[in-house]
Design a protein around this ligand. Structure first.
Ligand code: SF4
Length: 233
C-alpha cells in the first residue's frame, strides 16, 4: 500500500465552519497526525489477501469477528478462491463449512455467493471501484465499501469502524451519532492524503491505547483535548 504521508504537515488546513463547530485547530490536527504516525508508523490492514476479491471476502467475513480469526479461515480458503468464479465453483455449502468458526457464518456465506454471482454476471468478474456500485452488493455497507476503495483501490476513503467512531468522538473530532456522520466530519477536517493512514492509526490507537473499557490514558498524547468524560463513552 502506498503511504499518504509523503507531504509536509504544515499544509494541513481545517475548513472554517468545522473549526468553529468543533473547535478543532490546525495545531490539534497536526498533533493528531504526527503523534499517531509516531505511535503506529506501520499501521495498515491486518487482513491477509492477494486479490481485490479476496479483500472483499475478508472484509465481509470480518463483521463481528477479529482479523486474526478471519486470517485463520482465509489461509485455506484463499488457496482455492481468488476470483468470484472460484467461489461459485466452491458453492455455498462448502463455503459455510470452511467459515463456520466465524460469527454469522451462514448469512456471510449466503451474501458472498450472491455477491460473486452479481460480479460474474454484471461486472465481468471484477470488483467495482465506485462507492455507489459497492454498496449495492450483498453484505457490503458504507464502512466495507470505504475499506475496499481505500485498501483495495488506493482511493481516498475514511472508513469508520467501532474504534474509529469511539476515538474520533473522544478526541472531539466529531459529534455525529452515526459512523457515516463521523466519516464525513473526519473527511472535512483532514486532507484526503491522510485519510487511509489515519483510519488504520485510529484503529490501532483504539485497540491498544484508547480502548472502549479501561483506556490507557496515562500514556495518551491527547489528554489535553479528550472529551471522554463529557461524552460518558
Ligand atoms: S485520554 Fe484516554 S480516553 Fe482520552 S483519548 Fe486518550 S486514551 Fe482515549
Amino acid at each position: 500500500m502506498v503511504s499518504n504521508f509523503a507531504k509536509p504537515v504544515e499544509n494541513l488546513s481545517v475548513t472554517n465552519a468545522m473549526k468553529e463547530w468543533l473547535n478543532v485547530t490546525e495545531k490539534k490536527v497536526a498533533k493528531i497526525v504526527l503523534e499517531l504516525k509516531k505511535l503506529f508508523p506501520e499501521a495498515r490492514t491486518e487482513l491477509n489477501f492477494s486479490t481485490i476479491f479476496q479483500l472483499v471476502i475478508a472484509v465481509v467475513l470480518s463483521a463481528q469477528s477479529t482479523d486474526r480469526q478471519v486470517n485463520k479461515v482465509t489461509e485455506k480458503l484463499f488457496l482455492l478462491v481468488k476470483e468470484p468464479k472460484d467461489l461459485l465453483d466452491l458453492g455455498e455449502e462448502e463455503l459455510s463449512r470452511q467459515i463456520r468458526s466465524l460469527g454469522l457464518y451462514r448469512s456471510k456465506a449466503k451474501n458472498l455467493i450472491k455477491l460473486a454471482k452479481i460480479l460474474e454476471t454484471e461486472y465481468q468478474g471484477q470488483v467495482p471501484d465506485s462507492f455507489s456500485d459497492l454498496i449495492k452488493l450483498p453484505g457490503i455497507g458504507p464502512k466495507t465499501a470505504e475499506v475496499i476503495l481505500g485498501v483495495g483501490f488506493n482511493k481516498p476513503s475514511f472508513p469508520v469502524d467501532t474504534h474509529v467512531f469511539r476515538v474520533a468522538r473522544r478526541l472531539g473530532l466529531s459529534k455525529a451519532k452515526t459512523p457515516t456522520g463521523v466519516s464525513l466530519d473526519l473527511k472535512k477536517i483532514f486532507p484526503h492524503r491522510y485519510w487511509l493512514d489515519l483510519h488504520h492509526r485510529f484503529i490501532f490507537f483504539g485497540r491498544k491505547i484508547c480502548k472502549a473499557k479501561k483506556p490507557n490514558c496515562a500514556i495518551c498524547p491527547f489528554m489535553e483535548f479528550c472529551h471522554k468524560e463529557e461524552l460518558n463513552v
